[in-house]
Design a protein around this ligand. Structure first.
Ligand SMILES: [Zn+2]
Ligand SMILES: [Zn+2]
Length: 149
């Protein structure tokens, strides 16, 4: 993760009239290091070791990151994940319902199929959000307790 990414965020937050502060920089840095992160884990990370980053500051910063095309709020299962799209293009997701693990993927065959389905139904696609749910290899290797089998 580069200083350049931080600078891009910083200047666009300036355009949204959001005051830049060391606290905001910490939020942005923590976010840019992840592919996806929830507000809850950001809050936990930023408030370890007795530091104080209020929840509303995190919410507000993430909202502005979304408005400026650095983040995309996606609802996977229970919680909203903020997808770090600062350095990647459109992509799809595999989501583990056991542990929440997320795998990003791009597949040209799926992309083509998507276009065909849209065309056949008279749609012009403007967004992309294919989510496949299942259990990851790690979760499948746990034996199922007899009561739940
Ligand atoms: Zn993603
Ligand atoms: Zn899993």
């Amino acid at each position: 993760m580069t200083q350049e990414a931080i600078e891009r965020v910083r200047s666009s937050l300036g355009r949204s009239r959001l005051r830049w502060s060391p606290q905001r920089e910490q939020i942005v840095l923590a976010f840019l290091k992840q592919d996806h992160i929830t507000i809850r884990s950001l809050y936990g990370f930023l408030n370890r070791n007795g530091r104080r980053t209020p929840l509303n500051t995190i919410y507000r910063t993430m909202r502005v990151l979304c408005e400026n095309g650095f983040a995309q709020a996606r609802r996977f299962g229970e919680e909203t994940q903020y997808d770090n799209i600062s350095t990647k293009g459109d992509h799809d997701h595999l989501i583990c319902t056991g542990c929440g693990h997320i795998v990003e993927f791009e597949d040209p065959a799926i992309e083509e199929l998507r276009q065909q389905v849209a065309l056949a139904n008279g749609f012009h696609l403007t967004g992309r959000n294919l989510e496949l749910y299942g259990l990851c290899a790690g979760c499948r290797s746990y034996p199922v307790p007899p009561a739940m089998a």
